[in-house]
Ligand binder design. Structure first.
Ligand SMILES: *[C@@H]1O[C@H](CO)[C@@H](O)[C@H](O)[C@H]1NC(C)=O
Ligand SMILES: *[C@@H]1O[C@H](CO)[C@@H](O)[C@H](O)[C@H]1NC(C)=O
Ligand SMILES: *[C@@H]1O[C@H](CO)[C@@H](O)[C@H](O)[C@H]1NC(C)=O
Length: 476
């Protein structure tokens, strides 16, 4: 009993602090920008932060840390490189504001080879299995410089809100890596961000002064809090010459939106085939973005999509498969523009090639047994529940069981923080006190009733979607 009371008080304190900090965010961000740009550090301190010995004015609550007033390089943002000379053993890099202070050139980095920069998301790190396999695929394909930006110290679970805040710091500092690369004459730079990590390149791109990134790939960037963010604060086509996006679990806060020059909606972009048996089918769908992308690197068939003029057409069912097909994934043509729909297989290998080559043209497995689609269990931090209808922030979100065909030892360094299992009574404690209790009825949405998976999927792919799926949840 005492335990619960303590927890409730702690949560009340936390939510209060969170509210305060989100109100101050704009102010602090602006201030931070000025501090960073002009080195003028005489601005008044943030109202909440205790005087700290360190130069920064971080706010720390439990395991969560809001990076405020920091400069770059930031010891919490680390850089590693793999090449064909070091397939398995990463080289750690010191990246700073000048070449002299950095040791990029004493690594296996080769400026003549194309560069890929991989960025992980929330509750994850560079050892996320699909990101590691992506490196394997690239180095099997050719000579690349594969960099990882590891900002896991600033993005641990259950600290989603602070992780969102820290995407700015991660991007701002990672811009130094790109600047140093460009100084060596290496300009074939492609940034691949997964999940929340797909929002980091936005800030990176905005920090670069005289260089425009050739390409950013966003792997399922849709995450809570970004749907309402302005273009300055999220991935959009202005961030690179070519921004391509793979959507696999694109619905957040009842909405879905495009964010690149080319947006590929896999199997309709919301939920993926083969993900229905999972404890968190939405997490499984989200992870598929990396699975499809890494397969696309060396896929003999490729993921081919047909174009759809826009989301409204899609909703109105006006996007049937056509013969005009363009490829998604690593081999996407940089001239690709628009929104595309792509079907995949439900197990690996996922690529189906061009649908016009399929023997089962138009008739998709009529005899499959029906599956049901359920919302995941909402075992997320109660503070986050109201922004996370689809379990995107739950403890196991990045922690899905590994593909058995792949060696397990890559998980050796896995760092992930799972919040202790909360007891049921304690679960709604914030909602009980919170005036925003209108979100309580989210769990009763219609998705909970079982639907026929194959009809659902076909409906998704061809745009026959009940409007209620896309509407904002009903509020009393
Ligand atoms: C670069 O410097 C860092 C920090 O001093 C060091 O840990 C790392 O091993 C160096 N990397 C290379 C390739 O020399
Ligand atoms: C889908 O994957 C399964 C398992 O690998 C394979 O047997 C099947 O032929 C694939 N289907 C298509 C249409 O490629
Ligand atoms: C698919 O769309 C049809 C036609 O709009 C609708 O009758 C059916 O209920 C939908 N099925 C599912 C599973 O959403």
């Amino acid at each position: 009993m005492l335990h619960f009371t303590m927890n409730k008080r702690l949560l009340r304190l936390l939510s209060c602090l969170l509210l305060v900090s989100s109100c101050c965010c704009q102010y602090e961000d602006d201030e931070y920008q000025r501090t960073f740009n002009s080195e003028a550090t005489t601005l008044s301190p943030a109202p909440i932060a205790e005087p700290q010995p360190a130069a920064n004015r971080d706010i720390t609550i439990g395991p969560c840390k809001w990076a405020i007033g920091r400069s770059c390089p930031d010891p919490d943002i680390k850089y590693y490189i793999y090449t064909r000379h070091n397939l398995m053993d990463r080289q750690s890099l010191q990246i700073d504001e000048t070449m002299e202070k950095s040791n990029l050139t004493s690594s296996f980095f080769n400026p003549r080879h194309p560069t890929k920069i991989l960025i992980h998301g929330y509750n994850s790190d560079m050892f996320l299995n699909p990101l590691q396999r992506m490196r394997d695929e690239y180095l099997a394909k050719g000579d690349y410089n594969i960099f990882y930006v590891d900002w896991s110290v600033l993005s641990p679970g259950p600290c989603y809100i602070s992780a969102v805040h820290n995407t700015r710091q991660a991007g701002t500092c990672a811009a130094q890596l790109v600047e140093r690369l460009v100084e060596t004459g290496n300009t074939d730079i492609h940034i691949i961000g997964f999940s929340l990590g797909a929002q980091v390149p936005n800030f990176l791109a905005r920090t670069l002064k005289s260089f425009k990134l050739p390409r950013i790939t966003g792997l399922d960037p849709a995450m809570p809090l970004f749907i309402t963010a302005g273009a300055n604060d999220k991935l959009d086509p202005s961030d690179a010459d070519f921004v391509d996006v793979i959507h696999t679990n694109a619905m957040v806060q009842g909405k879905l939106e495009r964010c690149g020059h080319a947006d590929f909606y896999m199997n309709g972009g919301i939920s993926q085939p083969g993900c229905t048996g999972w404890m968190n089918s939405f997490a499984c769908s989200h992870q598929r973005a990396t699975a499809y992308y890494l397969e696309s690197i060396r896929s003999p068939k490729g993921f081919w999509g047909w174009s759809c003029s826009g989301y409204i057409s899609y909703l109105l069912g006006m996007c049937p498969a056509t013969n005009y097909l363009l490829e998604a994934g690593d081999n996407t043509r940089p001239s690709t523009r628009g929104m595309f729909l792509i079907d995949t297989n439900d197990t690996s290998p996922y690529a189906l090639g061009k649908w016009t080559d399929l023997p089962t043209l138009g008739v998709k497995r009529p005899h499959m047994p029906p599956h049901s689609l359920r919302l995941p269990q909402q075992n997320v931090d109660p503070l986050l529940q109201h922004i996370d209808q689809f379990g995107k922030l739950s403890g196991n979100f990045n922690n899905l069981p590994d593909d058995p065909s792949h060696p397990q030892n890559l998980y050796e360094h896995w760092t992930s923080y799972s919040p202790p299992q909360k007891e049921k009574e304690n679960f709604n404690s914030v909602e009980e006190q919170d005036s925003s209790s209108e979100f309580e009825d989210l769990d009763n949405r219609n998705l909970q009733s079982p639907v026929n998976w194959w009809n659902y999927r076909r409906n998704l792919t061809h745009g026959y979607i009940d409007n209620h799926i896309f509407g904002m949840p009903k509020v009393h």
